[in-house]
Design a protein around this ligand. Structure first.
Ligand code: FCB
Length: 456
């Protein structure tokens, strides 16, 4: 029992958050470059222009991943590096970077897990309507073609899109992420539909053009409601809430995963969004629903619930003083038990945790080390919950810690430190934190080290 043999232990990061080199080798603006220039949009006016300079320091970073003992690295490709105008002739210099990175990972015994889109949408295409334009699905397929043509002889694990709920809601409804839009619900659903179409087209592109056997998934956020007791009616209420669409916004699981895995919008969502659901050709679902090898889910927290008298999920207040991360996100290990379980029950697909982690108040101590006991304790609690889910039969195949490095945390700038490795942004010096050493022990023992007291 415990984590199955072959469980994939990884670390994760994304292009705009670490690469820097925003104007090099033909790269053009993404919506994030433009958003960061908007006064007040990002904490302290920061941007990913230099970030962790991973573009130039990738060899050092690959060495760090190897030293952590991770055998898998989740990275994303920057669309405006590959197609500066979003479409057309691929920019060879941009592709060369991912070639070098892939080769250097493979030489270190690390499998690249490539996400095609982690939010850095080409500005040139945004000016042509962005995700509101139905052609965005064609554009994304063209981009997928270019990446797959170059990397698929060596890359076998692919994810199409990262957290559609987050970039659509925060970026197209709330205006707090790029591109900073505040669209109507009808427009949000139109954009979301095109994102789903783009996903389907990209899966088709990968399968049609890959030069080695490909495994394809995607990486939505998982919005978790979990039961606070083991009572069947509480579990059922939590399951229905996790799989429900109850508010008129995009913060849910099934509006996105049902089309991808079942070829339809959930009935409850169609009711909740009545009057705002776009018209579209009926065969769109044939494009959106492609064979999927896995479901990647990103989980940081969850909401405790109990069944009310009608059996509906009622949110429970957390006790006063409940632990919070530096970001003020609640520490909720049970989310890593129930989120994968509910998703696996609904979709039957193997699950990978494609992101999980926390921001913490880390700095370099006088002894030159970075002591982050909270990260160790947080991750230990979450991984113990994940292991219980494996024990209880949920088919979970891997875990990617967010993040490898401290990095550009979107509108929070560099304020939040999510890394297993500390970055001094003035010097670009990398210092593995205590948690990086601890995680190495977890990986080496396939999770057995979780039973040891890390602070003894
Ligand atoms: C997720 C994002 C990732 C990172 C973490 C903290 O929503 O996918 O890029 O910002 O949160």
């Amino acid at each position: 029992m415990g984590f199955p043999d072959g469980f994939v232990w990884g670390v994760a990061a994304s292009a705009y958050q670490i690469e820097g080199a925003a104007r090099e080798d033909g790269r053009a603006d993404s919506v994030w470059d433009v958003f960061c220039r908007k006064p007040g949009a990002v904490w302290s006016g920061q941007s990913g222009e230099a970030a962790c300079d991973h573009y130039h320091r990738y060899r050092e970073d690959v060495g760090i991943i190897r030293d952590i003992g991770a055998r898998a690295y989740r990275l994303s490709v920057s669309w405006p590096r590959i197609l500066p105008q979003g479409r057309g002739q691929p920019n060879s210099a941009g592709l060369d970077f991912y070639d070098r990175l892939t080769d250097s990972l493979l030489a270190a015994g690390i499998a690249p897990w490539v996400t095609l889109f982690h939010w850095d949408y080409p500005q040139a295409l945004f000016q042509r309507g962005g995700w509101l334009n139905r052609r965005s699905a064609d554009w994304f397929a063209e981009y997928a073609d270019a990446v797959v043509d170059r990397l698929s002889d060596r890359v076998t694990n692919w994810m199409t899109i990262n957290e559609p709920q987050v970039f659509l809601k925060f970026g197209h409804a709330d205006g707090i992420n790029a591109p900073g839009l505040t669209l109507s619900l009808a427009e949000q659903l139109q954009a979301a539909h095109h994102v789903l179409l783009a996903h389907g087209r990209a899966v088709q592109a990968i399968r049609a053009r890959t030069r080695s056997p490909a495994r394809v998934g995607w990486a939505p956020v998982c919005v978790v409601k979990y039961p606070t007791t083991g009572e069947p009616r509480d579990i059922e209420a939590a399951r229905r809430a996790t799989c429900g669409v109850t508010t008129r916004d995009l913060w849910n699981n099934t509006w996105f995963n049902d089309p991808v895995f079942k070829g339809e919008y959930p009935r409850e969502g169609l009711e909740a969004f009545a009057g705002a659901v776009p018209d579209f050709p009926s065969d769109d679902f044939a494009t959106i629903r492609q064979p999927m090898d896995f479901l990647g889910i990103n989980i940081y927290e969850g909401q405790p619930v109990r069944a009310d008298a009608q059996g509906r999920a009622a949110a429970m207040d957390r006790p006063i003083g409940h632990p919070l991360t530096a970001f003020r996100w609640p520490v909720e290990p049970q989310s890593l038990y129930w989120g994968p379980r509910f998703m696996h029950e609904r979709y039957g697909s193997p699950i990978y945790i494609t992101e999980n982690g926390l921001s913490n108040v880390d700095w370099v101590s006088l002894d030159g080390k970075v002591h982050d006991p909270q990260r160790i304790d947080f991750t230990r609690r979450y991984l113990l919950a994940l292991r219980r889910a494996c024990d209880d039969g949920t088919d979970i195949r891997g875990y990617f810690h967010w993040s490898l490095l401290d990095n550009f945390e979107w509108s929070a700038g560099f304020k939040e430190r999510f890394g297993l490795v500390h970055v001094d942004y003035a010097t670009q010096k990398r210092t593995p934190k205590d948690s990086a050493r601890w995680y190495r022990g977890v990986i080496e023992s396939n999770g057995a080290a979780l039973d040891l007291d890390p602070f003894a």
